[in-house]
Design a protein around this ligand. Structure first.
Ligand SMILES: [Zn+2]
Length: 303
């Protein structure tokens, strides 16, 4: 089986861009995605800050502000998670993400516009082999009744349970094996959501200035202000999308079953840091290409 083909890293075929608004600043921002060489990873570039580069890794995690924020040398990039989730699901390992402002545009609050953008650019295979972070023993983080735990698994599976004090959100759960099809059809279209009372508070502190019924599902006291929902359980599906985006900060694709209960960006990113701090709980593996995996293959061993 020496000739079996291992999965290769990928990047975009060509550059592509779109314009949207920043959820918090309300300002217009241009997002441009460009091809990048093997082993360079996902790197944000702030064109309006002398082209400062901010790699999308846990090392550059900054604060959590209802969204995941990266920073380097005092320069930020906010709301990275929906775009990062789209890269993971479509298998884009290396890409330059140019921005002319501090936020990834919110678009419609989901990852669907980013899927469209990446498909428009096309995906190109590189010659370098892709290393996948495969969990070998469980790791978990928690905060009271909230938790995120990762267990060894032969694929990437995410399970999420939410439980808010709101008539529509008493209990929703969702579990999915993440591949391109499941993500594009079942998860990417799920929009971000917020509570009307929080939106008002956030605006008073200068946040969510770009938020509108066009880019978030807004929950009033008893129902949704902007029906119809895209899925009856759109809320929990969006949480799964956020979790996937935050896992990208590991710096490599991951194979594990990640189970989140009433969590958020804070705990998702804590899990990422905890995994990186526990190298004895995982190993890097290479994977056969899907075609090669259809034939009986030996257990993967280092080349
Ligand atoms: Zn989100």
């Amino acid at each position: 089986m020496r000739s079996r083909r291992m999965q290769k890293q990928s990047t975009l075929k060509e550059a592509t861009s779109c314009v949207g608004i920043g959820l918090h600043s309300g300002g217009k921002v241009t997002l441009t995605l460009k091809p990048a060489p093997a082993d360079s990873g996902i790197v944000f570039v702030r064109l309006d800050q002398n082209g400062l580069r901010i790699p999308a890794t846990a090392r550059h995690l900054s604060h959590i502000n209802h969204a995941t924020c990266l920073a380097r040398e005092g320069v930020r990039v906010e709301t990275v998670e929906h775009l990062l989730a789209a890269f993971h699901a479509l298998g884009v390992d290396n890409v330059i993400v140019e921005l002319d402002g501090p936020e990834v545009p919110i678009m419609d609050g989901s990852a669907a516009p980013f899927i469209y953008l990446i498909h428009e650019a096309g995906i190109r295979s590189l010659t370098a082999v892709r290393s996948v972070l495969k969990l070998t023993s469980p790791i978990s983080v928690s905060d009271g009744a909230r938790s995120v735990a990762a267990y060894p698994c032969d694929s990437l599976r995410l399970s999420y349970t939410i439980n808010f004090d709101h008539p529509l959100l008493r209990h929703q759960e969702y579990s999915a094996e993440i591949d391109e099809t499941s993500f594009v059809d079942e998860i990417a279209p799920a929009r971000t959501f917020g509570f009307l009372k929080d939106v008002e508070l956030m605006r008073q502190s200068g946040l969510a200035l770009g938020g509108s019924l066009d880019n978030a599902v807004v929950l009033g006291e008893t129902g949704v202000l902007n029906n119809p929902l895209r899925f009856p359980d759109e809320f929990v599906r969006h949480k799964l999308l956020d979790l996937l985006g935050d896992l990208v900060l590991l710096g490599n694709p991951i194979k594990a079953h990640v189970v989140a209960t009433r969590a958020g960006h804070e705990l998702h990113t804590k899990l990422v840091e905890s995994i990186l701090d526990t190298p004895q709980s995982w190993e890097f593996v290479t994977e056969p290409t899907p075609a090669a995996s259809a034939v009986p293959a030996e257990v993967a061993e280092p080349a």
